[in-house]
Design a protein around this ligand. Structure first.
Ligand code: ATP
Ligand code: MG
Ligand code: MG
Ligand code: MG
Length: 477
């Protein structure tokens, strides 16, 4: 079953059940405190919090998402993409727990010929919040699940809130058992790789206040209007339904992976580290393409920095796969071909996206050429001196003079079994900032043409402003 067909089945099912089908919102949010749409619920926040009355009682959609906090998992787990699509159904004061569970179970387990997704009941496990007896009973009644396949998790995993006073509530999640080849038996409480989370049902049931942390707050009482927010990973369902090993091997991603393999002249499935890199390339190229398409351009801060980082990690992965030549022209075209059937704008708007991607690759290849030699030397010197930490001053020099990003220095150092004196590096960065401030003051009337300087800084500046995003991400998730 192709990815697009799964999405269509999902929408058809909920449309048949009186949901209004809503188009995906942009990856770029209106909310300045949140860089990207990290979940299907993001565009619905005003309705869910009751700030704006929902224009419909039921809705369903396929939402484009970016999660930078999963970047380190990409290619290592089977299930984490920086870009993915979340299938969602919503009830604003309409159906609640029973309805959400009935719909989810019916769609998952009804046969493909009946329009369902055709999952075998025996492969599905669920979790509920530890105190949510109501949900556990519903799973028994509606799905006939035995007690041992209904696991109870605490607030950390199965309770949703925004981290602010307002709506909150327990979740219930559905997991697919990939079988003994992927790990020990015993459900998601034992192994979250064999048991892959596919669908999260959030029951917005309570109003909370005095929020001390995500798991520590006071419940005021039941909400007058209870809402349902669900999210199912399209790529996760796709990789299961397509019988492949992971989400990077699904029809919308695999063509890029295959091309990366061909360009490298290596084989997929031979060396673990190479496989991770192939998957990283396939993931990051797609994420970059989708971000470009939503108007993001590589830069040194905010959203642009995340995009730059994805692209640079792609270049770096290709280099580690033995390819020093530019590859973006080909890789991005492959991703466009795989994604354009679902997002036609990718084809019509492609020239602009391609030139932005190719320009970023060129810039970074120049930066890398200058910095790599210096860093290799620093690694050799550090090791030669019997040390296991690269001096902060070396990392700073690389950053300041060669425009070599600190995260890359950290990565390369780690691969060489070394750490970097981060404290010293940060101190030098701080000093530099102060110097720059003082300079600016003493040059009040400076009118020199700074364009060359700016261009140089553009290569060098690596201020990672993504952390505020990560904080907000974890608040929402
Ligand atoms: P996990 O525990 O596997 O990281 P999650 O609990 O962070 O998933 P939710 O926030 O509950 O995920 O999101 C709802 C659904 O979206 C998940 O059940 C999953 O199917 C999908 N999903 C979440 N993160 C990703 C990702 N990085 N790549 C692909 N699908 C994802
Ligand atoms: Mg997660
Ligand atoms: Mg989870
Ligand atoms: Mg979850």
């Amino acid at each position: 079953m192709k990815t697009a067909e799964i999405a269509q089945r999902y929408l058809d099912y909920f449309e048949k059940n009186d949901h209004v089908i809503v188009p995906s919102a942009s990856l770029v949010t209106d909310d300045p405190s949140l860089l990207f749409t990290v979940a299907g619920m993001v565009p619905f926040i005003p309705y869910l919090t009751g700030v704006v009355p929902a224009p419909y009682a039921r809705a369903a959609d396929v939402q484009k998402c970016i999660r930078t906090n999963d970047i380190e998992e990409v290619g290592k787990t089977a299930r984490h993409g920086t870009f993915f699509q979340m299938l969602g159904n919503w009830s604003f004061g309409d159906y609640f727990k029973a309805g959400a569970i009935e719909y989810a179970w019916e769609l998952l387990t009804s046969s493909e010929s009946a329009g369902g997704l055709g999952f075998a009941e025996r492969d599905l496990w669920v979790t509920v919040y530890e105190d949510d007896d109501e949900a556990a009973d519903l799973w028994k009644r509606i799905a006939g699940l035995p007690d041992e396949r209904i696991q109870r998790f605490g607030k950390e995993d199965n309770y949703w809130s925004t981290g602010q006073p307002g709506p909150a509530g327990p979740c219930s999640e559905i997991y697919f058992d990939r079988g003994p080849a992927y790990g020990p038996d015993g459900g998601p409480a034992v192994d979250d790789s064999r048991f892959t989370e596919i669908w999260n049902l959030v029951f917005m049931q309570y109003a909370i206040t005095n929020v001390r942390s995500k798991t520590d707050f006071d419940v005021i009482g039941e909400l007058p209007q209870k809402n349902i927010d669900t999210g199912m990973g399209l790529e996760r369902v796709a990789f299961i339904k397509q019988g492949v090993d992971n989400m990077y091997e699904t029809d919308q991603v695999r063509p890029v992976l295959d091309l990366a393999v061909a360009l490298s002249g290596r084989t997929y499935g031979a060396v673990h580290d190479d496989d991770v890199r192939f998957r990283v390339v396939a993931d990051h190229v797609r994420s970059s393409l989708m971000l470009l398409s939503d108007g993001v351009r590589p830069s040194n801060e905010g959203r642009g920095y995340i995009l730059r980082r994805l692209m640079r990690r792609t270049v770096r992965a290709m280099r580690l796969l033995g390819v020093d030549a530019p590859t973006f022209r080909e890789l991005f075209a492959a991703s466009r071909d795989a994604m354009a059937p679902a997002y036609p704008i990718l084809a019509t708007d492609y020239d602009r996206l391609e030139s932005a991607a190719v320009a970023e690759e060129e810039t970074f290849l120049r930066t890398l050429a200058a910095g790599s030699t210096i860093l290799d030397l620093a690694v050799a010197e550090t090791k030669g001196a019997g040390k296991d930490q690269i001096a902060g001053s070396e990392a700073f020099l690389l950053h300041d003079t060669y425009g070599f990003p600190i995260d890359l220095t950290l990565e390369i150092a780690e691969e060489a079994g070394l750490s970097v004196d981060r404290t010293a590096f940060d101190a030098l960065m701080q000093e530099q900032r102060q110097r720059a401030k003082a300079d600016a003051k003493s040059r009040k009337r400076a009118i020199a043409d700074h364009s060359v300087y700016r261009e140089f800084r553009a290569l060098g500046e690596t201020t990672f402003t993504g952390y505020t995003d990560l904080e907000t991400e974890s608040r929402i998730l």
